[in-house]
Write a protein that binds this ligand. Sequence first.
Ligand code: NAD
Length: 263
Amino acid sequence: MELGLTGKVAAVAAASRGLGRAVAEALAREGANVAICARNRERVEKAAEEIARATGREVLPVVADVATPEGPAAFVEATVAQFGRLHILFSNAGGPAPGRFDEISEEDWLKGVDLTLLSAIRLTRAALPHIRRQGWGRLIYLTSVSVKQPIDTLVASNVLRPGVVGLAKSLATQLAAEGITVNVVCPGYFRTERVEELAQDLAKRRGISPEEVIAEWEAGIPARRLGNPAELGDFVAFLASERAAYLTGATIQVDGGYVRALM
Ligand code: NAD
């Protein structure tokens, strides 16, 4: 299938590793010029170099913290300064503090609002004027299956991520006639560095091995395995493509069947 992404410009936030990086790589492989951001210069530059080498596309590394008021705008402006325009925004950030309600402090809540909710709003505010100028665009928000089925030990995610769905749904209606689609992607369990670290942390606390923790997670997933980040990247490349022009306002889980809800 020809995705029609050649020459398009994408800004992929929080992408020195994990799902963001897999999305950047999938878009670059399909011919897009990609900018990625993260907070650590060395890591973001290394990731950009590796993606460029693997795909043959230009990949711009930008040092930006998306949880700050100025980080999202700095990222978008650097992207447009380099490539001259912008078509695709992939909104992503690290996850908010884990825990049940009693374990989340006032400070964690405030940080979570900046990291999870305001980052999406600020990235959109910075990117939308540029995307509108193209008369064609894609806004894609990474959230979690927690927006469809709350997770007992991730209450901040359950509370803050649905706000991103509200943002996306509002924008989808407003922007459809301008050729801009807006969708939300909800990953289940993917084997990223973060998930490996979570497994190691849980294993230490419970006195079992990380493999046993992962086996427990896999038992709760109908596909009986964690996702490969490239599988999420490929789906996002489709959503970003010309082929998905009539797909907007959707909140779609990519989770091996983990979510049991009807929709
Ligand atoms: P990860 O830790 O492997 O990667 C996160 C990336 O974001 C890194 O490149 C990191 O440098 C960057 N980052 C973090 N905070 C940032 C900030 N403030 N500004 C700029 N860059 C920042 O994590 P991941 O597994 O890829 O997860 C990405 C997002 O998806 C997180 O919000 C996570 O909670 C969510 N999620 C992940 C899974 C999964 O299975 N991996 C499932 C559901 C939801």
